[in-house]
Design a protein around this ligand. Structure first.
Ligand code: KG4
Ligand code: ZN
Length: 332
């Protein structure tokens, strides 16, 4: 089954062609960082305008790289939410037009559902249900129990900032360029993770909720304090990163204590963080279950994961009408 994927929920204009939810025949992504960098964050109006000017060429590019024509596809998949409304609308309108013109079925995909299965792209492994997913991106931080391809339950969320958002905001405090996550990780490589004992949010025993705003605030106070003169920016970055990773790993550990899972699956942009991936793999090993981390290009937003998630809907026999609308607050 050959599906075209379209992803425009935030600031990446992405298209892909995926076969059988696994083989990525084309994966195209135009990142808009240079247009948003000077504002220190994503400007929704700029993002939607860039999507509108880039998307049609990105569709042609994905089809050309896959060596296919529109008529060869078995369906069109698109992110319908959650995300920025102006950005989502561009993807959804384009997908509807392509589905109408080709007469192929249209599949609306929840962006988070896409992230959950990114670890299985280009890998000869079937998702080992039930698995525990740690979904950490710029907009979300969740633990999700995945019972089957379409059956999932969110068992933990953040009380305030998402993990990626905490990376971005802390990177900004350190004067690093946007997006902050990769820049902060690079700086942290030269620092001492034990240099500063930043706080780790701990809910009552057994509880799973996450929180990062206190950590971010304590980095801000630290940077304004005299103690900041005794350490390097790399030490601050490494100590902050260690605190985020500790909190995430502690919550995964607590979830594993509650129930038996067949795997830990990491996903979302923050899954690209090597310190987090390494700790996840070690935890899996200690518990005797595999931990799957997506290839780096499938951690951050991409359209291959959207096509793969749509294939799971297709297999269940569902598709969507051309009256589909984008929903910025689409629930999981
Ligand atoms: O999944 P994603 O591309 O977009 C959303 O759906 O939000 O995630 C983007 C987030 C950003 O906050 C970015 O700073 C973070 O993922 N990120 C990282 C790394 N690479 C991306 N955070 C920590 N370490 C990284 N290497
Ligand atoms: Zn995402």
């Amino acid at each position: 089954m050959l599906l075209l994927g379209i992803e425009t929920s935030c600031d990446d204009t992405a298209t892909a062609v995926v076969r059988d939810a696994r083989d990525v025949l084309a994966n195209v992504s135009t990142n808009q960082d240079e247009f948003h960098a000077r504002y220190g964050g994503i400007v929704p109006e700029i993002a939607s305008r860039r999507h509108a000017s880039l998307l049609s060429a990105a569709v042609d590019d994905a089809l050309a790289r896959a060596g296919l024509a529109l008529g060869d596809l078995d369906g069109i998949a698109v992110t319908a939410g959650p995300g920025l409304i102006g950005s989502l609308v561009v993807g959804v309108a384009t997908a509807k037009a392509l589905a109408f013109a080709s007469g192929k079925p249209l599949y609306a995909v929840n962006h988070l559902h896409g992230h959950l299965f990114a670890a299985f792209l280009e890998r000869a492994i079937e998702p080992p249900y039930p698995f525990l997913a740690l979904l950490v991106s710029g907009g979300h931080s969740q633990l999700v129990e995945v019972e089957s391809a379409l059956e999932l339950r969110v068992i933990a969320t953040t009380r305030d900032d998402a993990a990626g958002e905490a990376f971005d905001k802390t990177a900004r405090l350190l004067g690093l360029p946007f997006p902050g996550g990769p820049a902060l990780e690079a700086l942290a490589r030269d620092g001492d993770p034990a240099a500063i004992a930043f706080p780790r949010y701990r809910p009552e025993p057994g509880a799973l909720d996450l929180s990062f705003s206190g950590l971010k605030t304590s980095v801000r106070y630290f940077l304004d304090s005299p103690a900041a003169r005794d350490v390097t920016p790399a030490d601050v970055a490494a100590s902050f990163q260690a605190a985020v990773v500790d909190v995430l790993i502690d919550r995964v550990r607590r979830a594993l204590d509650r129930r038996a899972y067949n795997a830990i699956v990491l996903s979302g942009g923050v899954a690209a963080n090597a310190a987090l991936a390494t700790r996840c793999m070690a935890l899996g090993e200690a518990r005797g279950i595999p931990a799957y981390v997506p290839e780096r290009r499938f951690c951050t937003d991409n359209a291959a994961m959207i096509a793969a998630a749509a294939d799971r809907r297709r297999a269940a026999g569902t598709s969507d009408p051309l009256a589909l609308t984008a929903n910025p607050n689409l629930p999981f």
